[in-house]
Design a protein around this ligand. Structure first.
Ligand code: SAM
Ligand code: SF4
Length: 326
């Protein structure tokens, strides 16, 4: 078991398979984003070696993310190998859904358990505007394919951006009436290098709840104020699915954090919103021993920052979201 100096058990690793993406969501990356050369990213054998090391250290839950994880070459084989790694009990993915029509069934067969799919609006024109060129129909087909393949329960991630989709939150929430999905609303977070929009156009959870309740009536909090990971869970009375709120800006969940991140270029990122990282890939390539790498990871986790400083206006500027892995 790997703990930090605050006594938190860190056992959940989010691995970015690539910083590349087939969309350009305007809250995530600039339109003219330049991606890292493939040689700078962890190669398959390096990735598998590190996954085994993390599993030996007690990491039992892995989420594959990016960039867009499904554009990584060999993604089905990567899923299979990680799923077969002793000690890994949960394997999930966050994806924009663009390629899921084709990949959902093979990914499930390879051992992926479920997916979070990003979808910020049900309006095709607004979807295109937010993603700069994405097709709503393609993503919707991806969601259906995921459900059909058994990558369930499906969770939908919606980032809410003032001036773009704050008027769509009730329609998104109402998807849960008919579908056994969890629709999660995410407060937009600021990172360096993207755009001022992230600071000026945040819509708070409180406002999102009001906008939904204006249409659906008062939301229930089943079993009191339960959390599912970082999401606070609510429900439209009588609905099949649930609504989650991820309030990183107005109500951080740092005390309950169990996670660390491995970026596509092999850096251990200790907190999504702090710049502190430990380079693992460079020493691995330079011939560091298993024991040396293990010590770097344990030491990095021990020194994981308590939490982020968004409330004090502190913004991590060394990477944009797609380079960390959300
Ligand atoms: N490409 C995949 C996707 O879009 O689902 C996985 C990577 S993406 C970086 C992971 C999640 O981060 C997505 O749900 C995305 O909407 C969210 N995200 C991106 N930029 C964000 C920001 N500035 N604030 C909050 N969430 C953000
Ligand atoms: Fe790509 Fe996901 Fe970022 Fe959108 S949020 S640009 S899909 S990495």
């Amino acid at each position: 078991m790997t703990t930090d100096r605050f006594g938190r058990n860190i056992h959940y690793l989010r691995i970015s398979l690539t910083d590349h993406c087939n969309l350009r969501c305007l809250y995530c990356m600039p339109e003219d984003m330049t991606f890292r050369p493939k040689a700078e990213l962890m190669q398959d054998d390096e990735l598998f070696y590190l996954v085994r090391l993390f599993a030996e250290l007690g990491f039992d839950k892995i989420r594959l993310t990016g960039g867009e994880p499904t554009v990584r070459a060999n993604v089905v084989n990567i899923v299979r190998t990680i799923a077969e790694t002793p000690g890994i009990k949960k394997l999930t993915m966050t994806t924009n859904g663009v390629l899921l029509s084709k990949l959902a069934a093979p990914l499930k067969e390879a051992g992926l358990q479920r997916v979070n799919i990003s979808l910020d609006t049900l309006d095709a024109a607004r979807f295109k505007k937010l993603t700069r060129w994405g097709s709503f129909e393609q993503v919707w087909a991806g969601i259906e394919a995921a459900e059909q393949a058994g990558l369930t329960p499906v969770k939908i991630n919606a980032v809410v951006v003032r001036g773009y989709n704050e008027g769509d939150v009730a329609d998104l929430a109402r998807l849960t009436v008919e579908h056994d999905w969890q629709v999660r609303f995410i407060e937009m977070m600021p990172f360096g290098g993207t755009t001022d929009l992230q600071k000026t156009n945040v819509v708070t959870t409180a406002e999102i709840i009001t906008r939904i309740e204006n249409v659906t009536g008062v939301l229930e909090q089943p079993n009191g104020a339960v959390m599912d990971g970082e999401a606070r869970i609510y429900k439209i009375p009588g609905a099949r699915g649930e609504i989650g709120f991820i309030s990183s800006v107005t109500l951080p969940f740092c005390a309950g954090c169990t996670r660390a991140r491995l970026t596509a270029d092999g850096k251990l990122r200790l907190c999504l919103l702090r710049e502190k990282e430990v380079d693992i890939l460079t020493p691995l390539r330079a011939g560091a021993s298993r024991e040396e790498l293990r010590e770097m990871i344990v030491d990095g986790i021990w020194n994981k920052p308590w939490g982020h400083g968004l409330a004090k206006g502190e913004i991590a500027t060394n990477r944009v979201m797609s380079e960390i892995g959300g």
